[in-house]
Design a protein around this ligand. Structure first.
Ligand code: KG4
Ligand code: ZN
Length: 357
């Protein structure tokens, strides 16, 4: 079989996942491998930047070889290389970006330094099998992850931020509340699981705020912690318990998780409602690791259907950080005639804000 042509090699190493993906020119994902570092960070309850950089270095050879083998190609078949240049952890970014630059220059191929959110924004159009779906000209993008809660206006390749979080990100709040509830890292998916078993009407957390579009999760986090303290003081749940076995978690903690999740999701829908009242929304494209949240997916589906707003929820395999989304965003740049970054324009940036509306 002849090797596939015009392939893009994507690299994502902005935080604690080492990702390598290979896409063809139609955006079909021929391979997307992600090596998780969860076991290395778990003893510390969160990501340790120095450990993350070292793990990226250690994991890259195996992850890239697996991706090439799955795609059935060699590096020589790769037509362009893309890596995340930020935002993220500087040491982690440097590993992926340096590897990507070295491959591109060694092969004499163009190199694309990508914005991490640019990757998430278009990821709802990737498919697990086959070519990516066409991306509409106008999108309203919602990115919910451990680092971001962003509402973005996307017009072609121009991305403008309309609202960010003022404090904690959506996923970060889940992680922090989950940690206090006694769950192991990463806590977000576990809080979601417990919430499925709980009764959200037991506690009512406030999310309204004033009329602005921005998000804020630290107040909600504090409300959840106070509620837990009250349950502990009343002896309803053991104080400062640690739950390795999720089946053993008491009903009162599940109810608290459900109430917290309900309020967190209500805030998202509240802000989307405010935005929709101000301007017509394009296709709503929802992405990011926390876009895996079950309640968020259900509520968004209903919300969008009621308003007849086209909705794209990122496929679960591409919701967390991955390199397929980085390669896909690079494909869009290539299609727009972007020649790639020159050798002097390939530094990493821990923070790269988008333009604000
Ligand atoms: O996009 P991602 O992999 O990394 C960042 O760029 O942050 O997102 C990871 C975040 C973590 O905060 C994790 O706890 C959260 O997404 N997350 C969830 C769920 N699955 C992952 N939060 C709430 N519910 C979930 N089901
Ligand atoms: Zn991310």
């Amino acid at each position: 079989m002849a090797p596939p042509q015009n392939l893009v090699l994507g690299i994502e190493s902005s935080c604690d996942d080492t990702g390598c993906a290979i896409l063809d020119a139609r955006g079909a994902v021929l391979a997307s491998k992600v090596s998780s570092q969860l076991a290395s960070h778990r003893p510390y309850g969160g990501v340790v930047p120095e450990i993350a950089s070292r793990e990226h270095l250690r994991n890259w050879p195996a992850v890239s070889q697996e991706a090439l083998a799955t795609a059935g190609c060699t590096l020589h078949d790769v037509g362009a290389v893309a890596a995340t240049r930020g935002p993220g952890l500087t040491g982690s970014l440097l590993v992926g970006l340096s590897v990507g630059r070295a491959i591109a220059w060694g092969l004499d191929r163009p190199f694309y330094g990508m914005h991490h959110l640019e990757g998430h924004v278009y990821s709802p159009f990737l498919r697990e099998e086959g070519p990516a779906d066409p991306v509409p000209e106008q999108l309203t993008a919602l990115v919910v992850s451990g680092g971001h809660t962003s509402m973005l206006d996307v017009s072609g390749s121009a991305i403008t931020s309309m609202a960010e979080t003022r404090d904690d990100a959506f996923g970060e709040a889940f992680d922090k509340v989950g940690k206090r509830l006694g769950l192991a890292y990463p806590q977000g998916p576990k809080v979601d699981l417990l919430a499925e078993r709980g009764d959200a009407s037991r506690l009512r957390f406030n999310v309204r705020g004033r009329d602005e579009l921005f998000f804020s999760y630290s107040g909600l986090k504090t409300q959840a912690v106070r509620a837990l303290e009250a349950l502990e003081a009343a002896g309803t749940v053991p104080a400062h318990a640690v739950w390795d076995d999720l089946d053993a978690v008491p009903a009162a903690v599940c109810d608290l998780a459900a109430s917290f999740r309900d309020a967190a999701v209500r805030q998202i829908l509240d802000r989307l409602g405010r935005l929709a009242a101000r301007k017509p929304l394009g296709t709503l494209a929802v992405s990011g690791g926390a876009a895996a949240n079950r309640l968020l997916r259900r509520r968004l589906a209903t919300w969008a259907e009621q308003r007849q707003i086209p909705l794209r929820l990122v496929p679960l395999v591409f919701s967390g950080d991955n390199a397929a989304m980085i390669a896909f965003a690079a494909l869009r740049r290539i299609a727009n005639g972007d020649p790639g970054n020159g050798p002097d324009d390939t530094t990493v940036h821990s923070r790269i804000p988008f333009a604000h509306a």
